[in-house]
Design a protein around this ligand. Structure first.
Ligand SMILES: [Fe+2]
Length: 244
């Protein structure tokens, strides 16, 4: 299981060693330290060099544990970088490209999202390898049609939607391969779907388990507009105002 870990006092000594070891073990590690632009600027560069050389997710972050203000700023930054938005595909699922929300619209009780996955092999950032057409039917039910490098349907339902407990139903509908007349998908398809796609749900559950409602969440710049519009659309389904 991959975790997001913050190590305080990680400019040197045990802190630095622990941060590096945990990053090598596959976790996203924040090596926190004071004075990242001052006396520890060299340590920040060492962290960046280490991350690049070992191809691990290790990041230096400014954090003075004696200052509430500094701790709040660091945590807000970590949440923003690992939040349930476009950036989480990179940080949580290990995707090599970050999806882009291309279009969004509310049509009565339905919410429609069009997401694009940039083509990593192209120099053109607007060239997409995959489009995901997602339709939310109110809260708790979504169907997504994948078009491009993979072509399947994903149905995700979350019932009931309430404080503290939800049942989640997640299913992938794979196109029948040419010549296949069987009633069940071939074993190779089932294995591929399970290893490549179902694993992402478990990654997500590690986040969702600890999520709390925040009225004004920290969102990355590219996500602020579509996600805030979706949250506004979602308020129509609640009879009482949001509370924390
Ligand atoms: Fe996810």
């Amino acid at each position: 299981m991959k975790n997001v870990i913050v190590i305080t006092g990680a400019s040197s000594g045990f802190g630095a060693l622990a941060a590096r070891a945990l990053a090598r073990a596959g976790h996203s590690v924040y090596a926190s330290m004071r004075e990242t632009t001052g006396r520890n600027a060299q340590q920040v560069r060492a962290v960046e060099t280490y991350a690049a050389e070992h191809r691990v997710d290790l990041r230096a972050i400014e954090l003075d544990v004696a200052s509430q203000e500094s701790a709040d700023a660091a945590i807000a930054k970590i949440v923003a970088e690992n939040g349930p938005d476009s950036a989480h595909f990179h940080y949580v699922h290990g995707a090599t490209v970050t999806p882009v929300c291309l279009n969004w619209e509310a049509v009565d009780e339905e919410w429609r999202f069009l997401t694009g996955w940039p083509d990593a092999r192209s120099d053109d950032p607007d060239k997409m390898a995959l489009y995901i057409h997602s339709h939310f039917s109110g809260l708790g039910f979504a169907i997504s049609a994948f078009e491009g490098s993979s072509n399947y349907r994903l149905i995700f339902a979350c019932t009931p939607v309430e404080d503290g407990y939800s049942d989640m139903f997640y299913s992938i509908w794979w196109p029948r391969l040419p010549g296949d007349t069987s009633d069940v998908p071939p074993e190779s398809v089932r294995e591929q779907v399970e290893s490549q796609f179902m694993g992402t749900v478990w990654d997500d559950l590690n986040i969702w388990r600890y999520q709390e409602y925040i009225e004004n969440p920290a969102l990355s710049k590219v996500d602020a507009k579509p996600y805030m519009a979706m949250r506004k659309w979602a308020t129509q389904f609640y009879e009482v105002p949001a509370s924390v």
